[in-house]
Design a protein around this ligand. Structure first.
Ligand code: SF4
Length: 315
């Protein structure tokens, strides 16, 4: 059951992190207008099941007045509210309070702060840490998101298979830790030197419940993302509540194959041939899924969108 709407309030970001799913950067375009936020909130209400709304990006603090008003409207409509930020303007706790307090007053229930080496290098006394302390002083519910550079870990097995890399089950094969998911820019920037698995082994989607999504991401272009860059449809053409009510995962051209047999089945459905540099396989399911989708962009217009999420400038 769909319970959450996550607004990609803007694709623009002050950073361009290597692990970003969405290729966000200072050059990325696509920011909601206030009218679009209002329309989306109305439609979310119509579903009868959505209870929470998140604002993220990109960096939503870049559009501070829009963010404050969007949170106020969401709260007034009866949703619980949250946001994700890298907290870049938190030069000191007093400065952090300058933007945290209006957000709290507008009705922000939950604040999630990205604090990791992709954003702030090895500097632990960074704006994210400062904002976290200031938010706690204001008694805001907080958490921090920490994604690290990929590291290769060898799982402990009582009897390792003779040739772990060839094991179809993946048992005994090295595991890539650190928390990054290899889609978006991460699939292009972070996979070098990491162990790979054969395409045929990547038979399930690890992160998204495509059969019955509990949340979707929406962007200013109207795309309703099941996973970043996979659209259910366009909410500026078909109202969001109707799109959700009429979503049929089995007949969706990307979700359908993924549900049947993961990225391997999607590759077969879209007649995908791996690039030469990927002849040794893929780091994980998302790496293959992203590669297949990027190669098929022209085959599924309106579904594999927007191009920017695939590292290609929007027309
Ligand atoms: S396998 Fe594809 S749909 Fe599933 S989480 Fe990874 S990128 Fe998203």
């Amino acid at each position: 059951m769909l319970t959450g709407i996550h607004f990609l309030l803007t694709y623009t970001c002050n950073f361009a992190c290597d692990h970003c799913f969405l290729h966000c950067s200072p050059e990325a375009r696509g920011t909601f207008t206030l009218d679009q936020v209002k329309t989306t909130l109305k439609e979310a209400k119509k579903t009868g099941t959505v209870s929470s709304v998140f604002f993220e990006g990109g960096e939503p603090l870049l559009y501070f007045p829009l963010l404050v008003e969007s949170i106020r409207l969401a709260k007034k409509a009866g949703f619980s509210t949250g946001m994700v930020t890298n907290a870049y303007p938190a030069h000191c706790q007093a400065d952090a309070a300058l933007w945290l307090k209006p957000l709290k007053d507008a009705g922000l229930d939950f604040l999630s702060i990205s604090n990791d080496s992709f954003h702030y290098g090895d500097n632990t006394e960074n704006p994210a840490a400062t904002a976290l302390m200031a938010a706690r002083q204001l008694e805001l519910n907080t958490s921090s998101i920490c994604i690290e550079q990929p590291i290769v870990e060898q799982p402990e097995l009582e009897t390792p298979p003779e040739d772990a890399a060839e094991d179809e089950t993946g048992k005994g094969a090295p595991v890539v830790g650190g928390g990054a998911r290899f889609r978006g820019r991460a699939a292009e920037k972070l996979v070098g030197g990491l162990p790979r698995r054969p395409l045929a082994c990547l038979k399930s989607c690890p992160d998204e419940d495509l059969a019955a999504p509990s949340r979707v991401h929406v962007d200013a272009y109207g795309h309703v993302h099941l996973c970043q860059g996979i659209s259910m449809g366009n909410m500026w053409e078909t109202p969001l509540s109707k799109l959700i009510a009429e979503y049929r995962p089995d007949t969706h051209p990307v979700a359908g194959p993924l549900l049947k047999g993961g990225p391997a089945a999607l590759a077969a459905a879209l007649d995908f041939s791996p690039a030469k540099e990927d002849s040794g396989g893929y780091v994980d399911e998302c790496h293959l899924c992203y590669a297949v989708r990027k190669a098929a962009l022209n085959l599924l217009p309106g579904i594999l969108v927007p191009p920017q999420v695939y590292g290609i400038a929007n027309p």
